[in-house]
Design a protein around this ligand. Sequence first.
Ligand SMILES: Cc1cc2nc3c(=O)[nH]c(=O)nc-3n(C[C@H](O)[C@H](O)[C@H](O)COP(=O)(O)OP(=O)(O)OC[C@H]3O[C@@H](n4cnc5c(N)ncnc54)[C@H](O)[C@@H]3O)c2cc1C
Length: 460
Amino acid sequence: MTQSRPRVVVVGGGFAGFHALRKLERLLPPEAADLVLVNPTDYLLYSPLLPDVTAGLLEPRHVAVSLRYQLPRTELILGRATDVDVSGTTLQVDLLGDGDRVSRTISLDWDRLALVSGSVTRQFDIPGVAERAHGVKTLIEARYLRDHLLAQLDRADALPDTPEGRAERQQRLTVVAVGAGYTGTEIVAQLQHELTSVASRWNRVTPDDVRFVLIDLADTVLPELGKSLGDVAMGALRRRGIDVRLGVTVKEARDTEVELTDGTTVPSRTLIWGAGVTASPLVTKVGTKLQRGRLVVDAELRVPGAPGVFAAGDAAAVPDLVVARQRARQGDSDGPPPVTPPTAQHAQRQGTALGRNTAADLGVGRARPYRHRDLGLVADLGGRDAVAKPLGVNLQGPLAKAVARGYHLYALPAAANRVRVAVDWLLSAALPTQDVQVGAIPPEAALVATAQQTERYLAG
Ligand SMILES: Cc1cc2nc3c(=O)[nH]c(=O)nc-3n(C[C@H](O)[C@H](O)[C@H](O)COP(=O)(O)OP(=O)(O)OC[C@H]3O[C@@H](n4cnc5c(N)ncnc54)[C@H](O)[C@@H]3O)c2cc1C
């Protein structure tokens, strides 16, 4: 590829990449630079609403923001970056062809590079997990999980009332979920609410047959929201019959049961893996310093030792200047310098800062360090249950739910998606839940081992 203007290449069209390009499109006149985005999909996935997709409250497309429509000046290359050559200023990209296969590999030159490839589901070396567990990080996984659970109701309903039939029914209607952070807890709580509300539509299955087991090594649920709201959430989950087991994790996942580290075994054919994330392995290709797997950057989001390379979001260890200042005021100098947590809230704002600082590098405007005070987190637990901590204030119940939904509508970066999501919520409150399966996603496409295709950029 030949070029006359500087080329800014952004790898990853998630929160950080999208907002970086939006800022660059606003700041840079068209003749100042060519803007290129490499991403495997043509949408930004608003992942905080994936639990609503899995529960059937939202249509999958409504949480997918069109990159082509929202970023009209950016050239979108559908593919996956597999390698970065910092000294040669080139990027290897596998272009996607039919059936998500690689059609060819290209080498892309860049003058400025933004590595914002996010994170991947964190796996541990636990037998059976990669091949049997379902992650909750992509739209494919969320859609598959919903169909899979509705199919389990069908299969369970068709079983004979014999001892073997009853045992299989229990396996099919028991869901084990690992990870009581906001991802795992929201998914379990919302799925439980929706599945138990539709289960009575089947002939033999009853809502009481549907069982959810939520497990975590930690000693609390939703640690991100603090002890008091964690206790509120725990109370709501237990009141609704969700079996929360803390201080344990999975020892081995088998086809029809999950063995836990406390020696117990749960008969189940569905294992949901929400045990956190780790930075996209692409960042290891840069060859500069990592902190707990994330690419170390300075406060202006530049990668030290890699001229022209910026990084942000889940993939980067961004200094948290606000927390550092609070700690300094308290005279607390222990431990490593704080970095921002991997949340959409930070990734979005870091993306905007990255866009501004990249434009400054090209001579437009001035670079500034990234600084943002955490606004808090929200967790929708299905029905009227929710907890939220906006600006440090503890909220629960319908008020927390209103804050959570209001925040998501505000943070969704496209008006058309906001309207669609708001209408979906209104319709799902007024109309019966749809219990239909759309199908079309093969089970192997939605497993932890395969869904994010990490092997493509780990090879070589
Ligand atoms: C179910 C769920 C619920 C969540 N809820 C919340 C919440 O309530 N609040 C909150 O603040 N955060 C939440 N998060 C976390 C939030 O989604 C992430 O912190 C945020 O998406 C990080 O933004 P990012 O831009 O760094 O990465 P992403 O948004 O993940 O974007 C990364 C992009 O890079 C692409 N990519 C990856 N590898 C490559 C490659 N090799 N080449 C090209 N492209 C690549 C990916 O396909 C993706 O499009 C949730 C996450 C999940 C999964």
